[in-house]
Design a protein around this ligand. Structure first.
Ligand code: HEM
Length: 156
């Protein structure tokens, strides 16, 4: 009986391994399921409809940046504890920890809230919120005042 030389065993194993590598099923390419994010320019008025009513996403602005907070619909969607911030510039309300109507920009076609009058502690609180939002949500745009060159350029 012929003795199989070790080299033949090694070559055979190598051959089987190569055939396996060639034929093994490859996992299908996974494409991201989320929609691509488009960075947009909002004014307080064009931000307003993004309040989560129906299938609409929920956006809010913090310090000039618009966040898509739809993942936190329980918080900001209709009936949520923070629904007052949906579609609005939430900066002052978050800084002051207040749900007062007066915290929100009243004139949607006027200037943005410059956060004048806020103290260091309130600005600190706002920065804290901003960091939290940055970690948790996507920035989908920026907030500019109506009638500003940026708003005009964006056709808003
Ligand atoms: C009675 C006082 C309050 C209670 C008991 C309360 C409770 C909570 C709880 C349990 C959470 C969820 C925390 C988490 O799971 O991440 C939360 C988040 C939050 N709270 Fe409050 N809260 C209070 C007051 C406020 C006030 C005064 C504001 C601002 C005006 C505020 C704004 C928020 C925001 C923006 C979030 C984050 C939601 C997110 O992650 O998107 N809360 N709060």
């Amino acid at each position: 009986m012929a003795v199989v030389a070790p080299i033949n065993l090694i070559l055979l194993s190598l051959f089987i391994f190569m055939v396996y590598m060639k034929l093994r099923p490859t996992p299908p390419v996974a494409y991201p399921k989320s929609k691509p994010t488009v960075f947009r320019t909002f004014t307080p008025r064009t931000l307003l409809p993004f309040n989560g009513i129906g299938d609409c996403p929920v956006y809010l602005a913090v310090n000039g940046r618009v966040f898509d907070v739809s993942a936190g619909r329980n918080f900001y969607g209709p009936g949520g504890p923070y629904a007052n911030f949906a579609g609005r510039d939430a900066s002052r309300g978050l800084a002051c920890g207040s749900f007062d109507e007066g915290m929100l920009t009243k004139d949607l076609d006027g200037p943005l809230d410059t956060l004048q009058g806020l103290g260091a502690e309130e600005m600190d609180a706002l920065r804290g919120w901003e960091e939290r939002f940055q970690e948790k949500y996507l920035v989908v745009g920026k907030l500019v005042p109506a009638g500003s060159p940026e708003a005009e350029a964006a056709g808003r």
